[in-house]
Design a protein around this ligand. Structure first.
Ligand SMILES: [Zn+2]
Length: 270
């Protein structure tokens, strides 16, 4: 069998942990392991780094947005309305395919107050409404409020990244046209709800991702993650769903292309 290639729908290759090996690693991944990679930004400075990578690699794409945990850092450079205008300009770049990662994160105590996080999420969802771009949603311990925010913007579509929400929330959002992406977390013994959610997402709405350098799947847990480890996450997801691995991988590639508006041509990458 041909070696499978994977679409990594969520990564952070601008992370300092890749310094000194970034180009060598991405050259190898694009030659051997991946079809496409989407880099997810956390600030506008971060977004510029992803856009630079997208300009260097034909199959690297960027999502631009402000992560809830990075709002304070972003505010040192520009306020909310200035930031939205910067993001709007970035969306004109041909390799920028989504607004993200945006959302709510109630896990870390030193994150901004919930009201501030909600204000930034709302403004970025309005930008998505106005521009028609899909969004990449980060939701950590904030499922109810994320669900309410998405419900308040019914025209916005996108992906729940590294999904950890309940099967009920997943099925509600899937009904409204949302995609759901799973990371290495589904391979963890203590993963509470993600493996259950993997089983219920329809074939045409499921995606896979690394969220690298974070969330290395078993058996690479504890090491710096990269897209070459998507084989473990894909194998686990296909097993949980009772699907053929190659068919699953081709389907997730097609789904990602549809969501991000990229031409779907899996065999071109082989
Ligand atoms: Zn991420």
């Amino acid at each position: 069998m041909e070696k499978l290639r994977y679409f990594d729908t969520h990564s952070h290759y601008n992370d300092r942990r890749f310094d000194g090996q970034r180009e060598e690693l991405l050259d190898r991944l694009f030659a051997e392991d991946v079809t496409c990679i989407v880099g997810a930004a956390t600030t506008t400075a971060d977004a510029r780094e992803h856009i630079a990578l997208a300009e260097r690699y034909p199959n690297y794409y960027a999502a631009v947005g402000i992560h809830p945990g990075n709002i304070a850092e972003q505010m040192e450079k520009s306020d909310l309305s200035e930031t939205i205008e910067t993001l709007r300009r970035m969306l004109e770049h041909p390799k920028v395919v989504a607004i993200g990662e945006i959302g709510l994160d109630y896990y870390w105590e030193d994150n901004p107050p919930r009201e501030v996080q909600k204000e930034w999420l709302h403004a970025q969802l309005v930008l998505a409404e106005e521009t028609g771009y899909p969004v990449v949603i980060h939701d950590r311990d904030a499922h109810g409020d994320v669900f309410d925010a998405l419900t308040a913007h019914p025209k916005v579509r996108g992906v729940l990244h590294s999904c950890s929400c309940s099967p009920e929330m997943v099925s509600q959002l899937v009904k409204r046209g949302w995609y759901v992406s799973f990371s290495g977390v589904i391979t963890y013994k203590n993963a509470a709800r993600a493996p259950e959610a993997v089983k219920i997402v329809p074939s045409d709405r499921i995606l896979i991702e690394t969220d690298c350098p974070y969330l290395s799947p078993v058996p690479m847990r504890g090491k710096t993650n990269h897209s070459g480890n998507l084989c473990y996450t894909a194998a686990k997801a296909a097993e949980l769903r009772g699907e053929d691995l190659e068919a699953f991988v081709r389907q997730t590639h097609a789904n990602a292309c549809k969501l991000f508006g990229i031409e779907d041509d899996y065999d071109r990458h082989l």
